[in-house]
Ligand binder design. Structure first.
Ligand code: PGA
Length: 251
């Protein structure tokens, strides 16, 4: 099955409104592309970026949401609030949240469930750390994370998975294309065991030091359906070059 590529920009805690508006304008000026493009700015900029994206094919996403629909959760954002401001997607379980905020698989699953309930598509992130990769445990770790972080009953097209090795994020290092394909095929097998044929419609993104120079070889692997791009998504030229490189023939 051919899955439409999804190229998502995770801006993390970067940018102020003015430079972000410049980045969005530059991306809007790029014109049409045969891939889904998603921008995930900081919460303070969602409204403004969302307004700029109105009427364009570019989509808006949040970087995190709470697992509860509403309530006394100071500093948190609900999935419904993201939806209200124009989001279609939300990243959940990024390693910077798992590591920096102690998020467990169970909590990530609750967030993904909340996203689905609000009509958002969760992007569920998994990834091994360097010690786990070196000890040969990468597949076991990401398999466990995925199984524990998926909301029960979700259909394959309702969520996205992102494989992001922790040691590759922001480091300039990536697994080899063979290693990336191995993990993605394994994740798809776990999805298939769980949800059956629907797993063929799930998009599995690779993230971690994706740049224009390596996007062609990483984004076109058989089970890689796009990318979750951090640093390079803050540069319109680099982000667009990655999106274009993802469109070379997918065998
Ligand atoms: P990076 O980040 O592209 O800067 O490595 C990816 C991510 O954390 O989503």
């Amino acid at each position: 099955m051919s899955r439409r590529k999804l190229i998502a920009g995770n801006w993390k805690m970067n940018g102020l409104r003015e430079e972000s508006a410049r980045l969005v304008s530059a991306l809007l000026a790029k014109g049409k592309i045969d891939a889904d493009i998603l921008l995930c700015p900081s919460a303070t900029m969602l409204d403004e970026v969302g307004k700029m994206l109105q009427g364009s094919p570019l989509m808006l996403g949040g970087q995190d949401c709470h697992g509860a629909p509403s309530g006394a959760f100071t500093g948190d954002i609900s999935a419904a609030q993201l939806k209200d401001v124009g989001c279609s997607h939300v990243i959940v379980g990024h390693s910077e949240r798992r590591g920096g905020h102690g998020e467990t698989d169970g909590l990530v699953a609750a967030k993904a469930q909340a996203a689905l309930a609000a009509g958002l598509c969760p992007i569920v992130c998994v990834g091994e750390n360097e010690a786990q990769r070196k000890s040969g445990d990468a597949l076991a770790v990401v398999g466990r994370q995925l199984a524990g972080s998926l909301p029960p009953g979700a259909k394959g097209s309702q969520f996205v998975v992102a494989y992001e090795p922790v040691w590759a994020i922001g480091s300039g290092r990536t697994p080899t294309p063979g290693e990336v394909q191995e993990v993605h095929a394994y994740l798809r097998k776990i999805l298939t065991d769980r949800i059956g044929e629907g797993a063929h419609s799930t998009r599995i993104l690779y993230g971690g030091s994706v740049k224009p120079a390596n996007a062609g070889e990483l984004m076109t692997l058989p089970d890689v359906d796009g990318g979750l791009i951090g640093g390079a998504s803050l540069d319109a030229e680099a982000f667009w070059a990655i999106a274009l490189a993802s469109l070379t023939v997918n065998a």
